[in-house]
Design a protein around this ligand. Structure first.
Ligand SMILES: NC(=O)c1ccc[n+]([C@@H]2O[C@H](COP(=O)([O-])OP(=O)(O)OC[C@H]3O[C@@H](n4cnc5c(N)ncnc54)[C@H](OP(=O)(O)O)[C@@H]3O)[C@@H](O)[C@H]2O)c1
Length: 298
């Protein structure tokens, strides 16, 4: 057993799942044991392309390559403009891939309007039901959690979660994690935004809550900053061929993280990102070196 940042560091417990292209690193959802690949797909901005036919076709191709590489979790929200409809159209064109893990959110100030919004989202996706619904940014969370727990009890939803980003409302996140039987929490975690290592990630392990890491690239800014520099030669020790894989492997090597959800509109990028779910992951010493290097270059 190793230690990092003052917290207990267990050996990275990765399991492998068979895929069309080989074996993907995956992690179990603590509340069920179901395995999820450690890389998912975000949809904020990148899939909000309106009615642009060319851009929509591009999103379908991104999803085609995501599924072909063994991907499962796609994350969206009613907040993301046309993203849900774009996902729904792509799923239809791709023949409704059975491996999809559909993660969406409820995001409305009125608890009473939650069910109607969820139903609209479900129709946009064209799925019979969602795997995971999350209260987006804790908006009206008491009311929406009651709705989501009732849906789960009725067999109309598999998992319940909450989200935040960029360090907002962490005290509330901790309080909900400690007091509510949620399955997932979604937070911002990347090589420079590591506040969650202090309390949220340890509590997730203690309470058996799956963790989704959003903003793995700080909406692209991290790749842009690091991309001005050459990838260090020692990145090859963990099978990284580019900065995207360096950043993603840092995130998913934390044992509390279930998956990271990079967003992209680019087929080459989704392929690169999915390759981060294979090969070696850094140990605690290498993670410290990665942090120091990223701090020095950014
Ligand atoms: N409160 C919340 O619930 C919340 C908040 C924030 C985010 N999220 C979720 O988390 C997801 C991810 O966060 P994010 O969208 O803020 O940003 P992100 O995933 O950190 O970064 C996305 C950006 O990185 C670029 N990119 C992706 N892969 C790349 C690669 N291999 N090489 C170079 N550039 C690459 C993309 O550009 P290209 O299109 O050119 O690839 C895009 O501009 C969101 O889409 C959303 O689903 C949730």
């Amino acid at each position: 057993m190793l230690a990092i940042g003052g917290s207990t560091w267990l050996p990275v417990a990765t399991a492998v799942a068979p895929t069309a292209t080989g074996m993907l690193l995956s992690r179990p959802i603590p509340s069920s044991g179901e395995e999820l690949p450690v890389i998912g797909l975000g949809s904020w901005v990148t899939f909000n392309v309106g009615n642009d036919r060319t851009a929509r076709a591009g999103c379908t191709e991104v999803m085609r390559h995501f599924f072909a590489a063994g991907g499962r979790m796609i994350d969206s929200s009613p907040m993301y403009g046309s993203a849900q409809e774009v996902i729904g159209e792509a799923l239809q064109q791709l023949g409704k891939p059975a491996r999809l893990f559909a993660a969406d959110k409820v995001w409305v100030g009125s608890g009473a309007r939650g069910p109607e919004q969820i139903e609209t989202s479900r129709r946009h996706w064209g799925v019979p039901s969602f795997d995971l619904l999350q209260v987006h940014n804790l908006l009206a969370w008491q009311d929406h959690l009651a709705t989501l727990f009732a849906m789960k009890a009725a067999g109309r939803l598999r998992y319940v979660g909450i989200t935040t980003s960029e360090g907002r409302r962490h005290a509330d996140i901790l309080q909900i994690m400690a007091s509510q039987p949620i399955d997932f929490v979604q937070i911002t975690y990347n090589i420079l935004d590591r506040e969650v290592e202090e309390r949220i990630l340890p509590l997730a392990r203690e309470r058996g809550i799956a963790v989704i890491a959003n903003r793995p690239f700080r909406q692209g800014a991290l790749i842009e900053a690091l991309g001005r520099h050459r990838l260090p030669s020692w990145a090859a020790e963990i099978d990284c061929a580019n900065w995207a894989q360096f950043l993603l492997k840092f995130i998913v090597s934390h044992p509390a993280i279930t998956c990271a959800i990079p967003a992209t509109s680019n087929v080459a990028h989704v392929r690169e990102n999915m390759q981060a779910a294979s090969g070696r992951l850094p140990d605690a010493a290498l993670r410290r070196r990665m942090i120091a290097h990223a701090l020095q270059l950014s």
